[in-house]
Design a protein around this ligand. Structure first.
Ligand code: FAD
Length: 406
């Protein structure tokens, strides 16, 4: 099913459809299961990472890059096409239709870039954005610390000004994709005497051992070690790399979180929809589709995917009106992550007892449904836990009284 967005976008859809048909290299579709919601680790995660090293994928990346389709919503002077959110949603749908991926090397394209666009100086935009588009800078996210995840405003990693540089000491944790990144955006404390949210800076730090950074992988329940803990011992970044101004890091940090929670909400249902229909096909094959309880649960899942779609359309309307994602981003994040956790449980019940047995294979092999079950549990934690999203929805969307301070 595709978004019906009126006649002005049908021509654009047709143009994108034929561009993808003409440019997607043969064999790209079969390199990985691009249609499902990405999962960390497991067979699917490993398959995607391997696929990204394939020359076919790299050819695709080059063609998207030449056509300015990697960060197409960014302004033209920084390597984008200046698309609105509606065009991006249509493009995403067409990619799914062809079974081919959007190219994302790290978190620059989705999380840092939008914060630089909103809070960066013209010089910072001109320097950092084209490097993300070109894949020169590949970012990971340095927010969480061992004692500060939900309570992000209390981070303790220190940034001290030394001449025209910031010197960073501290530890970050749960850093996804750290092994592939050469830059990290770090939220650090630059004024320990200021009230907690006012003494923070958002700084782009070269992420390498040469710059005093040590990275240690952490193993997840999927068997993968997709995230890491990182230690900063005198790591340096020019003051030019501070986005939003010194001690004003909370504003870009919140912009990033808004995009992290709601940035793909307009099209997120597409991956869940494909996953659901694939599960329905499994149920039809193994006879579970005749079981009334299974049918009821699959219908529940279908309804939820449709609700996601309509919520996405509502968000699309506000993004198309030039607004940044607000508290509604938390509603969407809460909804899809809790849905996906339940869907993972339904999937294993549809598979039946076989779901309790891991397939043969190297390391901690899992099949695609076990991947969904295991990794969907992380969805209710990263980008802010479900409890935190409920607090935001209660306080900022519904105007309920604030949570009492400890
Ligand atoms: C797969 C995965 C990838 C991740 N990737 C990254 C990354 O790339 N970069 C990064 O910086 N971080 C990343 N994280 C970390 C993630 O952002 C944190 O785990 C998350 O914010 C929760 O913080 P915490 O783990 O410290 O839990 P805590 O904050 O200690 O929370 C523990 C429990 O207490 C609850 N709780 C805490 N405060 C409140 C409150 N005020 N009201 C109600 N309940 C509360 C929480 O909901 C949770 O259930 C990732 C996490 C996962 C699982």
């Amino acid at each position: 099913m595709e978004l019906d967005l009126g006649p002005q976008y049908s021509e654009f859809r047709a143009e994108m459809r034929s561009w993808i048909s003409a440019n997607a290299p043969a064999g790209l579709e079969g390199l990985a299961n691009w249609g499902w919601q990405p999962v960390a680790g497991g067979r699917q995660g490993a398959q995607r990472l391997k696929a990204m090293e394939d020359p076919i994928y790299q050819e695709w990346e080059a063609r998207l890059s030449d056509a300015r389709l990697i960060c197409a919503t960014w302004p033209e002077q920084y390597g984008g096409r200046g698309w609105d959110a509606v065009r991006f949603a249509v493009f995403s749908e067409e990619l799914r239709r062809h079974g081919v991926p959007i190219v994302r090397r790290g978190m620059g394209e989705t999380l840092v870039g939008p914060a630089i666009i909103v809070h960066g100086t013209p010089e910072q935009k001109a320097y950092f954005l084209p490097r993300i588009v070109a894949g020169v800078d590949v970012y990971c996210q340095g927010y969480s610390e061992p004692d500060h995840g939900s309570d992000l405003g209390a981070v303790e990693t220190r940034g001290v000004v030394d001449g025209d540089e910031l010197v960073i000491h501290g530890q970050k944790v749960w850093t996804s994709g750290a092994q592939r990144a050469n830059m990290i955006f770090v939220l650090c404390r630059t004024d320990p005497d200021a009230p907690k949210h006012r003494g923070l800076s958002y700084v782009l730090v070269p992420f390498s051992p040469d710059n005093g950074v040590t990275v240690r992988p952490l193993r997840q329940i999927t068997g993968a070690a997709e995230f890491c803990e990182d230690f900063f011992e005198g790591s340096r970044a020019p003051l030019f790399n501070v986005i939003g101004g010194l001690n004003n890091g909370w504003a870009p940090a919140m912009t990033t979180l808004g995009f992290e929670r709601g940035g793909n909400a307009t099209t997120a249902h597409l991956g869940f929809e494909q996953e659901l229909w694939d599960l329905i096909r499994v149920a039809q094959k193994n006879g579970k589709s005749r079981d009334p309880l299974t049918r009821q649960r699959l219908a529940w899942a279908y309804t939820h995917v449709q609700l996601m779609r309509f919520a996405g359309l509502r968000l699309l309307a506000s993004l198309a009106g030039g607004k940044e994602p607000g508290p509604e981003a938390s509603i969407s994040k809460l909804f899809w992550s809790e849905y996906h956790k339940s869907f993972g449980e339904i999937a294993l019940d549809v598979i039946g007892p076989r779901a309790m047995v891991r397939p043969d294979g190297d390391g901690y092999a899992t099949d695609e449904w076990q991947d969904v079950f295991l990794s969907s549990r992380a969805g209710t934690i990263y980008s802010g836990t479900s409890q935190i999203q409920k607090n935001i929805v209660g306080e900022r969307a519904l105007g309920l009284p604030k949570e009492p301070q400890r």
